[in-house]
Design a protein around this ligand. Structure first.
Ligand code: 9PG
Length: 475
């Protein structure tokens, strides 16, 4: 039993009652998400490059905890109060016994839902699905090049992978970052001498759907796009390009999602990838399209982002699977088939330098598991991608972590794999094939507990050390 209450406005304030925990919902795929201490002060991430890609930049220096789109307070009796928006662009934070919400001026539809945690989240997901529509819905089985080759992916390596994948029940084989001349310059580099259309043909002849990675809403400062197409770039008050992060050895700029020229560029780019034969596009670093800045056509920044995504959907067609990554979650619903719901997995539990910064959006198995597990309720609205599972034997992860990654993928019904198939022994190959084939019955038992075909799965050990946004776990 849940109770519901709706209202419209730019702000919301709900007297929820005494609270013991706050559910912080991070802004985009990699942003920390989970139950935290509502009163504990938070500190900004000390490193600028990490800070920019971590969460909503407008709130990077907030000293108190808050979340994007939705927030929940848990009461001493275990019940919860949820305050959530049914439109893009909202912020929710706890203020003692009050849950507050606001936008940057736009009026949105708010819903308050009270009751037990799981039915409350189900109800919110169902309202989002009604509001935005639901795409996807089938189990996803994708081989992705990133965690095999990183930026050193080449045509030769992909051809070897395709030989190794022969007969394996993957649906999609996706070329990740590393094929392009530069982020912003979306043509094949020297590693793909045959070009990207030939690569798609080769994937298709091997009986897989061709997939490709693009970061359409950013451009490296060193790219031709950034140097020659200044009209596409988002500007700050001083007229300088807005830096959305630092990666690939340079800062990268945000595109102005509201500029006519950007919409034309996006439409051409996605149309070109489609023309090459790709029917699965992993669109990454999308949060930059909702960065604050001086827009050519002023509008709320998440509305601007969503419009740009709609342009890309139109160009991709309804028969092309669109996976959003590094993407503002609420503003992406209904446009994308799937959304990455956590940071990057890695073959290590954590990267100590990132943990030392208090950066829970950085790569590592712990961060990926912790955020993704807290976003599984989104599976009722959109396909949820928890990032890849490992079958190879040479990672630094222990058996419990490897098993948790697999169970998470099973619960999510999204199996991403990035092991070079040539390196798998017979047992690993057979385990992988079994996982791709099976579709077990999954039921939820508690906040972090599931049953997979009756087998209990408990993720709570991963979350135990995350009682506050600034606590770094020890394991
Ligand atoms: C390709 C990768 C993979 C991966 C994506 C995304 O903060 N950072 O600098 C940062 C870099 C890479 C990254 C996330 C954050 O990973 O999630 O699957 O596609 O891009 O570059």
């Amino acid at each position: 039993m849940v109770t519901l209450d709706f209202h419209r406005g730019a702000t919301a304030a709900i007297d929820a009652g005494p609270a013991v925990a706050f559910f912080r919902h991070g802004w985009h795929s990699w942003s920390p998400t989970g139950w935290v201490n509502p009163t504990r002060p938070v500190s900004p991430i000390a490193d600028e490059g990490r800070r920019l890609g971590h969460d909503d930049p407008r709130h990077a220096f907030d000293s108190r905890v808050g979340g994007s789109g939705v927030g929940l307070l848990q009461h001493p009796d275990g019940s919860v109060t949820l305050l959530g928006a049914l439109d893009p662009g909202a912020r929710v934070w706890p203020d003692g016994a009050v849950l507050r919400g606001s936008t940057e001026g736009a009026s949105v539809e708010w819903v308050t839902i009270t009751g037990e945690e799981h039915p409350v989240l189900r109800e919110y997901a169902s309202l989002l699905a009604t509001r935005f529509g639901r795409r996807g819905g089938e189990k996803v089985r994708v081989w992705c090049s990133w965690y095999s080759f990183y930026e050193d992916v080449t045509e030769t390596r992909m051809n070897e992978v395709l030989v190794g994948l022969e007969g394996m029940p993957f649906d999609i084989v996706q070329v990740d970052d590393g094929w392009e001349r530069a982020v912003g310059d979306w043509s094949a580099n020297a590693g793909f001498p045959g070009g990207m259309a030939a690569m798609a043909d080769r994937i298709h002849s091997a009986d897989f759907t061709p997939g490709l990675w693009l970061a359409p809403l950013i451009a490296q400062s060193t790219s031709n796009l950034a140097r020659e197409r200044g009209e596409l770039l988002l500007r700050d008050e001083a007229g300088d390009p807005v830096v959305a992060g630092i990666n690939w050895g340079s800062p990268y700029y945000a595109l102005d999602a509201t500029a006519e020229a950007t919409c034309a560029f996006l439409s051409d780019l996605i149309g070109e990838a489609r023309g090459w034969g790709y029917r699965y596009l992993k669109l990454d670093f999308l949060y930059a399209g909702a960065f604050p800045g001086v827009h050519a056509n002023p509008m709320p920044r998440e509305v601007a982002y969503r419009r740009a995504c709609e342009v890309m959907r139109e160009a991709a067609g309804d028969d092309c699977y669109l996976l959003a990554c590094g993407a503002p979650i609420i503003a992406s619903l209904g446009v994308f088939d799937g959304i990455r719901i956590g940071p990057d997995v890695a073959d290590v539990w954590e990267i100590p330098e990132l943990s030392a910064l208090g950066d829970e959006s950085g790569r590592g198995a712990r961060n990926a598991l912790a955020t993704s597990i807290n976003r599984l309720w989104l599976a009722d609205v959109v396909d949820v991608d928890p990032d890849v599972v490992f079958f190879r034997g040479d990672t630094d992860l222990d058996g419990q972590t490897l098993a948790a990654l697999r169970d998470l993928a099973t619960v999510a019904r999204f199996v991403g794999v990035s092991d070079p198939p040539g390196g798998l022994d017979e047992d690993q190959r057979s385990d992988l094939t079994t996982m791709l084939r099976e579709d077990p019955t999954v039921t939820r038992r508690s906040r972090y507990g599931w049953a997979i075909d009756g087998r209990p799965v408990d993720f709570s050990w991963i979350l135990d050390d995350r009682s506050s946004p600034t606590t770094v776990g020890k394991r």
